[in-house]
Write a protein that binds this ligand. Structure first.
Ligand code: MRU
Length: 350
């Protein structure tokens, strides 16, 4: 897809405002780190790998503009910036992974006795590398994932949830990367995109991305996925992830768990596609993953139209946890992990 999700221009970070899609393609220019942090919080940019890249650029941008005349003051500012970025969203571990990468690059520079100017150059290069590596990982995941899409005459009918595409990453996508790669090999008949209440990433973003790539796409509400599977109209499910725990349980957009249960009940292969930056070996299982709760307005309103009465309470968790027992496999840039996931995931890092 030709559209750039995020771009680094050394003195500014440019992001496609995903809140306005598919109606308007508006690029936001962040000229300071506070604007980058606000963009992540307000979901101008969203999706686990994409917010990791945004946080890295936010740090690089903030440090680029630092007026510190010595490394001591520079280090104080760097710590403050890392903390700010870490407070933007809690569930996607890619955010913390990217901040950690920046911290390690900074520590290496300090140990080497680098000047403020050299540290700035190092942070700039590290953020750019995080971006480039994510694109490469998505493309490799696509190749591995395309292999497990069933070979069906005329192509497979694939269901996905939320948006795990170029918009949710630095480019190409995780789950949509698999779909793109499979489509390039002639293995895809059509894609069913769950609309993904309440933020509508499926209807607004996934359908936008896939139709731009001329991949036949049908938008459905979440409640329609079960009957489609029962009627034998879905051959394969692939979704992204915001955090995969050490035992294979994973957090993804609210509604993923229900899709996984349906897939299990109807014998449909259910895969998650995610880079190693999404795997959190320090989190033992799904119960330990922090789940972001978002504001009530996302549920009570559609656009500016209020649907639910003010007096009603609202529960709005942004993510749910799917237990590893429902998974057919985890597609990564190092290959496909199978059960027992605690062992296959561990082997990725050995
Ligand atoms: O709240 P969002 O839109 O940031 O949630 C995004 C998702 O849940 C995606 O499915 C996930 O990050 C995988 S993206 C490659």
């Amino acid at each position: 897809m030709a559209v750039k999700t995020i771009e680094w221009k050394k003195d500014r970070v440019i992001m496609l405002d995903q809140r306005l899609l598919p109606h308007r393609e508006v690029y936001r220019v962040c000229r300071d780190y506070n604007q980058v942090a606000a963009a992540i919080r307000q979901m101008v940019i969203r999706g686990a790998p994409a917010i990791g890249v945004a946080a890295a650029y936010g740090i690089a941008l903030g440090m680029q503009k630092s007026k510190a005349d010595g490394t001591r003051q520079f280090a104080v500012e760097f710590t403050k910036l890392g903390d700010l970025m870490a407070g933007t969203r809690p569930t996607a571990v890619n955010l913390f992974w990217a901040i950690d990468k920046m911290k390690k690059a900074f520590a290496t520079g300090i140990q080497a006795g680098e000047s403020v100017a050299e540290l700035k150059a190092r942070l700039d290069a590290e953020a750019q590398k995080i971006h480039d590596d994510d694109v490469a990982s998505c493309q490799t995941m696509g190749r591995f994932g395309a292999e497990v899409v069933p070979d069906i005459p005329g192509g497979a009918r694939i269901l996905t949830h939320c948006n795990a595409g170029a918009l949710a990453t630095a480019g190409y996508g995780t789950a949509l990367g698999v779909i793109r790669a499979a489509a390039e090999r002639g293995k895809v008949l059509s894609v069913f995109a769950d609309e993904t209440r309440p933020f509508m990433q499926g209807a607004r973003l996934t359908a936008w991305e896939l139709t731009k790539d001329n991949i036949p796409t049908t938008v459905i509400t979440e409640s329609m996925a079960g009957p489609l599977m029962r009627d034998g109209k879905i051959d394969f499910v692939v979704v992204g992830a915001d955090r995969i725990a050490a035992n294979g349980d994973f957090a993804n957009k609210i509604g993923t768990y229900t899709v996984a249960m349906m897939a299990k009940a109807h014998g449909v292969p259910f895969y998650v596609a995610a880079p190693l930056s999404t795997i959190d070996m320090k989190t033992p299982d799904g119960a330990a993953i922090p789940i972001e709760e978002r504001n009530r307005r996302e549920v009570t309103h559609v656009g500016s139209t209020q649907l639910a009465p003010d007096a009603a309470s609202v529960w709005n968790p942004a993510f749910d946890v799917t237990p590893h027992a429902l998974l057919s496999g985890i597609i990564t840039e190092r290959g496909i992990c199978r059960a027992p996931f605690d062992q296959s995931l561990r082997a990725l890092f050995d």
